[in-house]
Structure formats: structure tokens, C-alpha cells
Write a protein that binds this ligand. Structure first.
Ligand code: UDP
Length: 162
């Protein structure tokens, strides 16, 4: 079961991406998925849900003492989110780059936050920030059987086996 959340195999790294309630409300889900698909990453899990405060307080447990924490909980539970697991070569770092800086005012154009958002409290998307974080968050948001192992026919073209 553990292997569905992370793998040592090259090219098989996995990360968690969440389209936050503002992204769902603004109908940005399709455009966000498209960016990951066009980069060459493989979707291995996808669902829509209303987050519980329990799950969220676990997810953001390092932020509990921050002044913005209660607003963050209110925002993240204000409506449905779309949760995704993506797999591919260095997907954790690449997706952080694709998502951009936490504060959209500092995020580069071309990033999700830099293209679609203005303010740090409404920054459209979450991406795991490290291998440990990705493993922890995938285990928190998904059940093992919700993550699929499947072969995409272009994998041997987009990524050399190493
Ligand atoms: N956040 C906020 N105000 C802040 C800093 C963060 O509302 O001043 C929210 C924002 O939604 C951010 C989340 O808290 O995405 C988690 O913050 P973190 O520092 O972990 O940034 P991330 O990993 O999301 O870039």
C-alpha cells in the first residue's frame, strides 16, 4: 500500500496538488489540469471533496500558530476543492515552480498563481513542497486504492529511462 504513495523508481515521483475553493469557484480546474498534462506529468489520482476541519488542521499543522490560520481554515472549507496526485520526473520541485511563490504578488507570470491570482490569502492552488511533505499529504488526502498505477504510452518519449 505504501508504494502507491511514493516510489524510489526514477520518473515515478508523486506529489499532491489541490485546487483550492477559489480556483473551483472561478472554474480554473480545467486550465490547471491542462498545465500538468502538457508538461508531461501523469495524473494518478483525482477527486472533488468538501474538506473537513480535521483533515485541514492536519494538512496545515505547521501553520496552527500563524495569525492567518483561522482565516485559512475558513477559506479552505468554504467550498469544494479538487485534489490531484501527479506523477513524473521531479514532479515535486517542478510543480512548485509551476505553481509559483506563495504570495501571488511575488509569483512570476507563467505560474498558476502569477497568472490567476492577486492575494496571498486566495492563491488558487496547493502543491507539496518536499518529498516528505508529498508522502505525508498523499497519505492524508487519498486512500491507497484511489491512486492508480498505469502506463502512459508517451512515457518512453518524454522521459529517458535511467
Ligand atoms: N497563507 C495566507 N497568508 C499568509 C501566508 C500563507 O493566507 O501570509 C495561506 C496561503 O493560502 C498559503 C497557505 O497559507 O498557500 C500555506 O502557506 P505556506 O507558507 O505553506 O505556502 P505554500 O506552500 O502554499 O506556498
Amino acid at each position: 500500500a505504501h508504494t502507491s504513495f511514493s516510489s524510489q523508481a526514477p520518473g515515478k515521483e508523486r506529489t499532491l496538488i489541490v485546487v483550492k475553493p477559489d480556483g473551483v469557484q472561478r472554474r480554473l480546474v480545467g486550465r490547471i489540469i491542462q498545465r500538468f498534462e502538457q508538461r508531461g506529468f501523469k495524473m494518478v489520482g483525482l477527486k472533488m471533496l468538501q474538506v473537513s476541519e480535521d483533515l485541514l488542521s492536519n494538512h496545515y499543522r505547521q501553520l496552527r500558530m500563524k495569525p492567518f490560520y483561522s482565516d485559512l481554515v475558513q477559506y479552505m472549507t468554504s467550498g469544494p476543492v479538487v485534489v490531484m496526485a501527479w506523477e513524473g520526473h521531479q514532479v515535486i520541485q517542478s510543480s512548485r515552480n509551476m505553481v509559483g511563490q506563495t504570495n501571488p504578488a511575488e509569483a512570476q507570470a507563467g505560474t498558476v498563481r502569477g497568472d490567476f491570482s492577486l492575494h496571498v490569502s486566495r492563491n488558487v492552488v496547493h502543491a507539496s513542497d518536499s518529498p516528505e511533505g508529498a508522502l505525508r499529504e498523499l497519505q492524508l488526502w487519498f486512500r491507497g486504492q484511489e491512486l492508480l498505477d498505469w502506463e502512459c504510452i508517451d512515457e518512453s518519449i518524454t522521459c529517458e529511462d535511467d
